[in-house]
Design a binder for this molecule. Structure first.
Ligand code: TRP
Ligand code: SF4
Length: 325
Protein backbone atom coordinates (compact mmCIF):
# COMPACT_ATOMS: atom_id res chain seq x y z
CA UNK A 1 0.00 0.00 0.00
CA UNK A 2 1.09 3.56 -0.59
CA UNK A 3 1.18 5.41 2.74
CA UNK A 4 1.32 9.13 3.49
CA UNK A 5 1.41 10.96 6.78
CA UNK A 6 2.73 14.21 8.13
CA UNK A 7 3.36 16.29 11.22
CA UNK A 8 3.69 20.00 11.65
CA UNK A 9 7.24 20.82 12.76
CA UNK A 10 6.69 21.68 16.40
CA UNK A 11 10.28 20.91 17.43
CA UNK A 12 11.19 18.24 19.95
CA UNK A 13 8.71 15.39 20.16
CA UNK A 14 7.32 13.68 23.24
CA UNK A 15 6.12 10.25 24.28
CA UNK A 16 2.64 10.98 22.91
CA UNK A 17 4.06 11.49 19.41
CA UNK A 18 6.03 8.26 19.69
CA UNK A 19 3.08 6.13 20.78
CA UNK A 20 0.39 7.92 18.76
CA UNK A 21 2.22 8.23 15.47
CA UNK A 22 5.87 7.31 15.15
CA UNK A 23 5.68 3.70 16.28
CA UNK A 24 2.84 3.21 13.84
CA UNK A 25 4.87 4.81 11.05
CA UNK A 26 7.93 2.64 11.71
CA UNK A 27 5.71 -0.48 11.71
CA UNK A 28 4.28 0.43 8.31
CA UNK A 29 7.73 1.19 6.96
CA UNK A 30 9.01 -2.17 8.24
CA UNK A 31 6.10 -3.99 6.61
CA UNK A 32 7.51 -2.75 3.29
CA UNK A 33 4.71 -0.38 2.41
CA UNK A 34 5.77 2.53 0.23
CA UNK A 35 5.80 5.29 2.86
CA UNK A 36 6.01 9.07 2.57
CA UNK A 37 6.50 11.06 5.77
CA UNK A 38 6.13 14.79 5.41
CA UNK A 39 7.38 17.63 7.58
CA UNK A 40 4.38 19.89 7.09
CA UNK A 41 6.09 23.28 7.27
CA UNK A 42 3.46 25.00 5.11
CA UNK A 43 0.78 23.73 7.46
CA UNK A 44 2.74 25.23 10.34
CA UNK A 45 2.66 28.56 8.52
CA UNK A 46 -1.13 28.57 8.34
CA UNK A 47 -1.28 29.46 12.02
CA UNK A 48 2.29 30.52 12.91
CA UNK A 49 3.06 32.77 9.96
CA UNK A 50 4.19 35.54 12.25
CA UNK A 51 6.78 33.37 14.06
CA UNK A 52 8.94 31.77 11.42
CA UNK A 53 12.24 32.35 13.21
CA UNK A 54 12.09 28.90 14.85
CA UNK A 55 10.91 27.05 11.77
CA UNK A 56 14.27 25.67 10.65
CA UNK A 57 15.41 24.52 14.06
CA UNK A 58 11.98 22.97 14.67
CA UNK A 59 12.22 21.03 11.42
CA UNK A 60 15.70 19.85 12.34
CA UNK A 61 14.73 18.77 15.86
CA UNK A 62 11.69 16.91 14.65
CA UNK A 63 13.54 15.03 11.92
CA UNK A 64 16.23 14.01 14.42
CA UNK A 65 13.44 12.57 16.60
CA UNK A 66 11.88 10.76 13.63
CA UNK A 67 15.18 9.12 12.74
CA UNK A 68 16.09 8.37 16.35
CA UNK A 69 12.69 6.71 16.82
CA UNK A 70 13.36 4.36 13.91
CA UNK A 71 12.27 5.93 10.64
CA UNK A 72 14.79 4.64 8.14
CA UNK A 73 15.49 6.73 5.01
CA UNK A 74 16.43 3.50 3.21
CA UNK A 75 12.89 2.24 3.76
CA UNK A 76 10.74 5.39 3.51
CA UNK A 77 10.72 8.88 2.02
CA UNK A 78 11.24 11.67 4.54
CA UNK A 79 10.81 15.16 3.11
CA UNK A 80 9.87 18.76 3.83
CA UNK A 81 6.55 19.82 2.31
CA UNK A 82 7.76 23.16 0.92
CA UNK A 83 10.61 21.40 -0.93
CA UNK A 84 8.12 19.66 -3.21
CA UNK A 85 6.51 22.52 -5.10
CA UNK A 86 4.26 20.21 -7.10
CA UNK A 87 2.25 19.81 -3.92
CA UNK A 88 1.54 23.55 -3.89
CA UNK A 89 0.34 23.49 -7.49
CA UNK A 90 -2.02 20.63 -6.74
CA UNK A 91 -3.27 22.58 -3.70
CA UNK A 92 -4.17 25.46 -6.00
CA UNK A 93 -6.00 23.22 -8.45
CA UNK A 94 -7.91 21.34 -5.74
CA UNK A 95 -8.99 24.71 -4.36
CA UNK A 96 -11.00 25.24 -7.55
CA UNK A 97 -13.27 22.28 -6.91
CA UNK A 98 -13.61 22.57 -3.12
CA UNK A 99 -16.83 24.29 -1.98
CA UNK A 100 -16.23 26.72 0.87
CA UNK A 101 -19.08 25.11 2.80
CA UNK A 102 -17.02 21.92 3.24
CA UNK A 103 -14.32 23.94 4.96
CA UNK A 104 -16.71 26.09 6.99
CA UNK A 105 -18.33 22.96 8.39
CA UNK A 106 -15.00 21.31 9.31
CA UNK A 107 -15.23 20.72 13.10
CA UNK A 108 -11.49 21.25 13.68
CA UNK A 109 -11.71 24.61 11.96
CA UNK A 110 -14.72 25.75 13.93
CA UNK A 111 -13.20 24.60 17.21
CA UNK A 112 -9.83 26.27 16.66
CA UNK A 113 -11.36 29.50 15.37
CA UNK A 114 -13.54 29.70 18.46
CA UNK A 115 -10.98 28.64 21.04
CA UNK A 116 -7.80 30.32 19.87
CA UNK A 117 -7.33 33.77 21.26
CA UNK A 118 -3.55 34.21 21.16
CA UNK A 119 -3.30 33.87 17.37
CA UNK A 120 -5.11 35.43 14.48
CA UNK A 121 -6.62 32.63 12.41
CA UNK A 122 -8.68 34.71 10.01
CA UNK A 123 -6.26 34.14 7.12
CA UNK A 124 -7.04 32.28 3.89
CA UNK A 125 -4.21 29.78 4.53
CA UNK A 126 -5.72 28.50 7.74
CA UNK A 127 -9.18 28.28 6.19
CA UNK A 128 -7.82 26.11 3.38
CA UNK A 129 -5.78 23.84 5.69
CA UNK A 130 -7.69 20.67 4.74
CA UNK A 131 -7.24 21.34 1.01
CA UNK A 132 -3.49 21.60 1.53
CA UNK A 133 -3.60 18.34 3.44
CA UNK A 134 -5.55 16.73 0.60
CA UNK A 135 -2.88 17.93 -1.84
CA UNK A 136 -0.20 16.32 0.36
CA UNK A 137 -1.89 12.98 0.35
CA UNK A 138 -3.00 13.05 -3.28
CA UNK A 139 0.24 14.28 -4.84
CA UNK A 140 1.68 10.79 -4.23
CA UNK A 141 -1.71 9.06 -4.75
CA UNK A 142 -1.58 7.60 -1.27
CA UNK A 143 -4.07 4.93 -0.27
CA UNK A 144 -3.49 4.78 3.49
CA UNK A 145 -3.04 7.64 5.95
CA UNK A 146 -1.98 6.74 9.52
CA UNK A 147 -3.43 9.47 11.72
CA UNK A 148 -5.06 10.05 15.07
CA UNK A 149 -8.80 10.40 15.56
CA UNK A 150 -8.47 14.22 15.49
CA UNK A 151 -7.48 14.11 11.81
CA UNK A 152 -10.46 12.07 10.63
CA UNK A 153 -12.56 15.11 9.58
CA UNK A 154 -9.64 16.33 7.47
CA UNK A 155 -9.30 12.98 5.80
CA UNK A 156 -13.02 12.93 5.11
CA UNK A 157 -12.62 16.21 3.19
CA UNK A 158 -9.77 14.64 1.21
CA UNK A 159 -12.05 11.78 0.28
CA UNK A 160 -14.80 14.16 -0.77
CA UNK A 161 -12.34 16.09 -2.92
CA UNK A 162 -11.24 12.84 -4.55
CA UNK A 163 -14.82 11.84 -5.36
CA UNK A 164 -15.51 15.24 -6.83
CA UNK A 165 -12.30 15.32 -8.87
CA UNK A 166 -12.83 11.81 -10.24
CA UNK A 167 -16.45 12.65 -11.11
CA UNK A 168 -15.54 15.89 -12.91
CA UNK A 169 -12.39 14.82 -14.74
CA UNK A 170 -12.30 11.01 -14.77
CA UNK A 171 -10.79 8.60 -12.28
CA UNK A 172 -7.41 10.00 -11.25
CA UNK A 173 -7.01 9.44 -7.51
CA UNK A 174 -7.66 6.53 -5.16
CA UNK A 175 -9.81 7.34 -2.10
CA UNK A 176 -7.37 7.28 0.81
CA UNK A 177 -8.32 5.51 4.04
CA UNK A 178 -7.47 6.58 7.57
CA UNK A 179 -5.36 3.98 9.37
CA UNK A 180 -6.29 4.55 13.01
CA UNK A 181 -4.40 3.05 15.90
CA UNK A 182 -5.90 2.57 19.31
CA UNK A 183 -3.59 3.20 22.23
CA UNK A 184 -4.12 4.28 25.82
CA UNK A 185 -4.20 8.04 26.16
CA UNK A 186 -0.89 9.44 27.38
CA UNK A 187 -1.14 12.01 30.10
CA UNK A 188 1.42 14.63 30.98
CA UNK A 189 3.23 14.75 34.30
CA UNK A 190 0.59 17.17 35.65
CA UNK A 191 -2.37 14.99 34.69
CA UNK A 192 -3.45 17.03 31.70
CA UNK A 193 -3.06 15.84 28.12
CA UNK A 194 0.64 15.58 27.24
CA UNK A 195 1.41 18.68 25.24
CA UNK A 196 4.43 20.81 24.62
CA UNK A 197 2.54 23.98 25.46
CA UNK A 198 1.67 22.68 28.95
CA UNK A 199 5.31 21.94 29.73
CA UNK A 200 4.31 18.50 31.06
CA UNK A 201 5.93 16.26 28.45
CA UNK A 202 8.46 13.49 28.56
CA UNK A 203 10.58 14.29 25.53
CA UNK A 204 12.29 11.70 23.36
CA UNK A 205 15.40 13.81 23.77
CA UNK A 206 15.30 13.88 27.59
CA UNK A 207 18.27 12.33 29.38
CA UNK A 208 17.66 9.34 31.66
CA UNK A 209 18.06 11.72 34.63
CA UNK A 210 15.40 14.08 33.20
CA UNK A 211 13.01 11.20 32.66
CA UNK A 212 13.61 9.93 36.17
CA UNK A 213 12.92 13.35 37.65
CA UNK A 214 9.78 13.84 35.59
CA UNK A 215 8.36 10.42 36.48
CA UNK A 216 9.17 10.94 40.15
CA UNK A 217 7.30 14.23 40.08
CA UNK A 218 4.34 12.87 38.18
CA UNK A 219 0.87 13.43 39.64
CA UNK A 220 -0.81 10.09 40.48
CA UNK A 221 -4.21 9.05 41.82
CA UNK A 222 -5.29 11.86 44.17
CA UNK A 223 -7.02 9.30 46.40
CA UNK A 224 -3.59 8.11 47.53
CA UNK A 225 -2.81 11.18 49.59
CA UNK A 226 -1.19 8.92 52.17
CA UNK A 227 0.89 5.83 51.50
CA UNK A 228 -1.64 3.54 53.21
CA UNK A 229 -4.61 4.77 51.14
CA UNK A 230 -5.56 2.32 48.37
CA UNK A 231 -5.53 3.75 44.87
CA UNK A 232 -7.35 3.23 41.61
CA UNK A 233 -5.02 2.60 38.65
CA UNK A 234 -7.81 3.50 36.24
CA UNK A 235 -7.86 7.10 37.41
CA UNK A 236 -4.06 7.36 37.70
CA UNK A 237 -1.97 9.15 35.07
CA UNK A 238 1.00 6.88 35.53
CA UNK A 239 -0.79 3.58 35.06
CA UNK A 240 -1.29 3.92 31.27
CA UNK A 241 2.50 4.03 31.00
CA UNK A 242 2.69 0.64 32.73
CA UNK A 243 0.06 -0.63 30.32
CA UNK A 244 2.30 0.33 27.44
CA UNK A 245 5.79 -0.32 28.73
CA UNK A 246 5.48 -3.04 31.39
CA UNK A 247 4.87 -6.77 31.02
CA UNK A 248 1.40 -8.22 31.59
CA UNK A 249 2.58 -9.74 34.83
CA UNK A 250 3.91 -6.42 36.15
CA UNK A 251 0.70 -4.67 35.12
CA UNK A 252 -1.29 -7.21 37.15
CA UNK A 253 1.02 -6.88 40.16
CA UNK A 254 0.89 -3.09 40.04
CA UNK A 255 -2.90 -3.11 39.85
CA UNK A 256 -3.16 -5.43 42.84
CA UNK A 257 -0.48 -3.61 44.78
CA UNK A 258 -2.10 -0.25 44.19
CA UNK A 259 -5.69 -1.21 45.04
CA UNK A 260 -4.55 -2.93 48.27
CA UNK A 261 -2.00 -0.25 49.18
CA UNK A 262 0.73 -2.91 49.25
CA UNK A 263 2.90 -0.74 47.01
CA UNK A 264 3.19 3.03 47.16
CA UNK A 265 3.40 5.39 44.22
CA UNK A 266 7.13 5.79 44.76
CA UNK A 267 7.59 2.02 44.37
CA UNK A 268 5.28 1.98 41.41
CA UNK A 269 7.34 4.62 39.63
CA UNK A 270 10.55 2.74 40.39
CA UNK A 271 9.08 -0.35 38.74
CA UNK A 272 8.09 1.66 35.66
CA UNK A 273 11.37 3.46 35.03
CA UNK A 274 13.54 0.57 33.74
CA UNK A 275 10.66 -0.59 31.53
CA UNK A 276 10.27 2.87 30.03
CA UNK A 277 14.03 3.07 29.57
CA UNK A 278 14.00 -0.09 27.46
CA UNK A 279 12.24 2.00 24.82
CA UNK A 280 13.94 5.35 25.42
CA UNK A 281 17.59 4.25 25.76
CA UNK A 282 17.95 2.97 22.17
CA UNK A 283 16.33 6.19 20.88
CA UNK A 284 18.87 8.19 22.86
CA UNK A 285 21.75 6.14 21.45
CA UNK A 286 20.53 6.56 17.91
CA UNK A 287 20.27 10.30 18.47
CA UNK A 288 23.96 10.50 19.34
CA UNK A 289 24.86 8.72 16.11
CA UNK A 290 22.68 11.09 14.08
CA UNK A 291 23.85 14.32 15.66
CA UNK A 292 27.49 13.27 15.22
CA UNK A 293 26.97 13.46 11.48
CA UNK A 294 25.60 16.94 10.64
CA UNK A 295 25.45 16.33 6.89
CA UNK A 296 23.25 13.29 7.37
CA UNK A 297 19.94 15.09 8.02
CA UNK A 298 20.40 17.40 5.05
CA UNK A 299 21.12 14.35 2.92
CA UNK A 300 18.04 12.52 4.12
CA UNK A 301 15.81 15.52 3.34
CA UNK A 302 17.39 16.15 -0.06
CA UNK A 303 16.97 12.53 -1.07
CA UNK A 304 13.43 12.38 0.31
CA UNK A 305 12.40 15.51 -1.60
CA UNK A 306 13.93 14.17 -4.80
CA UNK A 307 12.09 10.87 -4.54
CA UNK A 308 8.79 12.52 -3.63
CA UNK A 309 9.18 15.04 -6.45
CA UNK A 310 9.48 12.24 -9.02
CA UNK A 311 6.22 10.69 -7.92
CA UNK A 312 4.60 14.13 -7.64
CA UNK A 313 5.54 15.23 -11.15
CA UNK A 314 3.93 12.18 -12.61
CA UNK A 315 0.72 12.78 -10.61
CA UNK A 316 0.63 16.41 -11.64
CA UNK A 317 0.95 15.42 -15.29
CA UNK A 318 -2.12 13.19 -14.92
CA UNK A 319 -4.00 15.99 -13.19
CA UNK A 320 -3.18 18.62 -15.77
CA UNK A 321 -4.13 16.30 -18.57
CA UNK A 322 -7.41 15.37 -16.86
CA UNK A 323 -8.27 19.07 -16.36
CA UNK A 324 -7.26 20.00 -19.94
CA UNK A 325 -4.55 22.38 -18.77
N1 TRP B 1 -2.68 18.04 9.80
C1 TRP B 1 -1.77 17.10 10.41
C2 TRP B 1 -1.63 17.42 11.90
O1 TRP B 1 -1.92 18.50 12.32
C3 TRP B 1 -0.42 17.10 9.76
C4 TRP B 1 -0.47 16.74 8.32
C5 TRP B 1 -0.15 17.55 7.28
C6 TRP B 1 -0.89 15.50 7.75
N2 TRP B 1 -0.29 16.89 6.10
C7 TRP B 1 -0.75 15.65 6.35
C8 TRP B 1 -1.34 14.30 8.29
C9 TRP B 1 -1.10 14.62 5.48
C10 TRP B 1 -1.70 13.29 7.41
C11 TRP B 1 -1.57 13.44 6.02
O2 TRP B 1 -1.19 16.57 12.65
FE1 SF4 C 1 -0.79 5.19 40.18
FE2 SF4 C 1 0.97 3.32 40.74
FE3 SF4 C 1 0.32 5.16 42.56
FE4 SF4 C 1 -1.42 3.29 41.90
S1 SF4 C 1 0.53 2.96 42.90
S2 SF4 C 1 -1.85 5.49 42.12
S3 SF4 C 1 -0.99 3.01 39.74
S4 SF4 C 1 1.36 5.49 40.64
Amino acid sequence: MKIFSGMRPTGKLHLGHLLGALSNWTDLQNKNHECYFCVADLHALTSDFSHTEHLRSNIHDMVVDWLAAGLDPEKCHIFVQSHVKEQSELFLLLGMITPMGWLERNPTYKELRNETTEKDLSNLGFFSYPVMQAADILIVKAEGVPVGQDQVPHLEITREIVRRFNYLYGKTFPEPKALLTAFPKIMGTDGRKMSKSYNNSILLSDSDKDVQKKIQGMVTDPKRARRQDPGDPDTCNLFPLHQIFSSNETIKDVRNGCTTAVIGCVDCKKILLPNLEKTLAPIREKRIQITNDPAFIQDVLDQGAKQTREQSQSTLEDVRKAMHL
